[in-house]
Design a protein around this ligand. Structure first.
Ligand SMILES: Cc1cc2nc3c(=O)[nH]c(=O)nc-3n(C[C@H](O)[C@H](O)[C@H](O)COP(=O)(O)O)c2cc1C
Length: 360
């Protein structure tokens, strides 16, 4: 049996200690001198005898014990194991280096706080540390131009003024046409750009860095007219929805950070990044930012289309990636559900929705 250190292992310094962190599996533990000595040498597949010979002052059995412990903690992988396969997949596919990798895999989430607890914590925080200002005023002692407000606005501006997050949704169905419009105006391919020697680049109503279009759309349907409950993939090329999994999707709160308000939604759209599409062209980790920005472009169009149809689109970034990606059948180091739009029938909203549209 041969061993190799995990490619996603980083060594950090905390106080006076070295700390190992495998960012792919989120495993963190203190490392002693012997552990450092072992992983330092395991940059390529090595068997126990070779390793033992290269280390001085350790018995064979203590090297074996140390290795086993490091395998258990995820610092080292054993040849042929599922961990080694996962490690190899990362090495093969992740082109943005350890820092973007540590950020991406470290930000996959897992511990979710209830809305009530979060509000309570914020109130406590605000007592001692007031929030930074959430908008910046222009100084009064300098000339300024103030944009006028019209008495009313036409489309599309009217719809834009009416978009609002409304987490109170009625347990009622939404129509297929409204849902398919949400995808049509945000994700459908509307033209192809043929670049000689490079290939075809899809063009959509939302912009994409280098026209790499890293996002695929999935929708978990609970209550949509004309669609059996299930998980669907949307093909941007022919605007079709195809069942990935039939039957009621997992309860929405279990996919969305235990947010109970999502339970009544008719459908939840997941935007799944396919990083390899962008990595193929861009090896700079700054592309990670570009991809997050693109999710915003897509989602904003979806929210506006939902609003136009009298529905609500509630955005959420609080995704239980493990539950969600299993339900969608999405796997691999370069695939990730990054953003969700919760679609439903809104309860009448009592806030100042449309205040700008009605202004004057
Ligand atoms: C990227 C992003 C992530 C969000 N994530 C959540 C979330 O996890 N849960 C939630 O209840 N709202 C979430 N929201 C909604 C915001 O709370 C909401 O947009 C904000 O309160 C402003 O309200 P408005 O959308 O009506 O303008 C998110 C919004 C954005 C843009």
């Amino acid at each position: 049996m041969r061993f190799k250190r995990s490619s996603t292992l980083v060594v950090l310094l905390e106080h006076d200690q070295f700390v190992f962190h495998n960012f792919l599996i989120q495993s963190t533990f203190a490392a002693n001198a012997a552990a450092l000595d072992i992983v330092r040498r395991l940059y390529a597949w090595t068997d126990v005898d070779q390793l033992h010979k290269s280390l001085s002052g350790y018995s064979l059995s203590s090297v074996e014990r140390g290795l086993n412990q490091l395998v258990e903690l995820g610092a080292v992988v054993a040849e042929g194991s599922p961990a080694a396969a996962q490690d190899a997949e990362f090495e093969r596919s992740w082109l943005w280096g350890p820092f973007a990798g540590a950020f991406h895999f470290g930000a996959r989430g897992g511990v979710f706080v209830s809305d009530q607890d979060s509000e309570m914590m914020l109130r406590e925080l605000a007592k001692f540390t007031p929030s930074p200002a959430l908008h910046q005023r222009n100084p009064d002692d300098r000339p300024k131009l103030t944009a006028p407000l019209k008495p009313s606005y036409d489309e599309p501006f009217r719809t834009m003024t009416r978009r609002r997050t409304n987490r109170i949704m009625l347990d009622e169905p939404v129509g297929f046409e409204a849902l398919s419009d949400c995808f049509l105006f945000s994700m459908a391919i509307t033209a192809m750009l043929d670049l000689e020697g490079i290939g075809e680049l899809p063009l959509k109503m939302t912009p994409s860095g280098g026209a790499r279009n890293p996002f695929e759309g999935y929708v978990c349907v609970r209550n949509v007219e004309g669609m059996t409950p299930g998980v669907y993939h949307y093909a941007a090329i022919d605007r079709s929805f195809s069942l990935v999994r039939e039957g009621p999707p997992p309860p929405f709160p279990s996919m969305l950070g235990e947010q109970e308000w999502t339970a009544n939604a008719a459908a939840v759209v997941f935007l799944v990044a396919n990083f390899e599409r962008s990595m193929w062209k861009y090896h700079d980790p700054m592309t990670y930012r570009v991809i997050a920005i693109e999710a915003g472009h897509i989602a904003q169009n979806m929210l506006l289309v939902a609003t136009h149809h009298g529905l609500v689109g509630n955005p959420t970034g609080l995704i239980n990636t493990t539950v969600t990606e299993a339900a969608l059948g999405v796997s691999g180091a370069t695939r990730a559900a990054l953003y969700a739009v919760v679609i439903g029938v809104p309860a009448p909203f009592s806030g100042d929705l449309g205040a700008i549209a009605e202004a004057g």
